[in-house]
Design a protein around this ligand. Sequence first.
Ligand code: GLP
Length: 233
Amino acid sequence: MDIKIFDTAKEASKEVFHEFEQALASGATTFGLATGSTPEDLYEYLTSSDLDFSNATALNLDEYFGLPADHPQSYATFMDKHLFSKKPFKETFIPNGLATDVEAEIARYNALLEEHPIDLQILGIGQNAHIGFNEPGASRHMKTQLVDLAESTIQANARFFDSIEDVPTKAFSMGLASIMQSKRILLLAFGESKAQAVKDMVEGPVTEEVPASLLQEHPNVAVYLDRAAASLL
Ligand code: GLP
């Protein structure tokens, strides 16, 4: 793992933006994208740049189960608002939170991932070291799946909903095996609340109990941190 520490989240995000620039220049066509507050600065750099994604494909990591795409807190809405409405891609994919045939939706997403191998994958990290929605204990062999969210994740995400009862308890998520197939992975973590998860990911043993620690086994990962997220390293 290549650990890169910056004074601020903005400076780190600027460098990640340059990674996108270089990736496009060297022929990358397929980008794996993440939601959450962490990549917001990156998406702002992308939308205010003149980078051209009109020949590129984006696949998102995850989507809440049970939310329609146009729900204000769906990840589809998040991506439209922060990136896709301002920076057009050739095509974008995200799991369908309202899918009634769960197995068919999982198969559809796995087929998309086979068809579009990811050149550059962006990841955030949960306070419990989840990546995508692969919670502690998730199998390293899983591809896309419907997962139960950890209680701590539901609590962490409740800030975006009117009440904790409104937070979905399940989500479709690319699995750890899907994420590990990406050619290059950039994990971003900012703020003190991520410091323990970052330490466990980087310095701890590789274990499914710390999903992000599996990234230690990927040959091409860079971790972009601000000082607060790096404070326990
Ligand atoms: C969410 C998402 C993750 C994200 C993480 C951290 O639950 N499924 O993809 O990385 O939590 O979110 P934030 O960036 O808001 O801290």
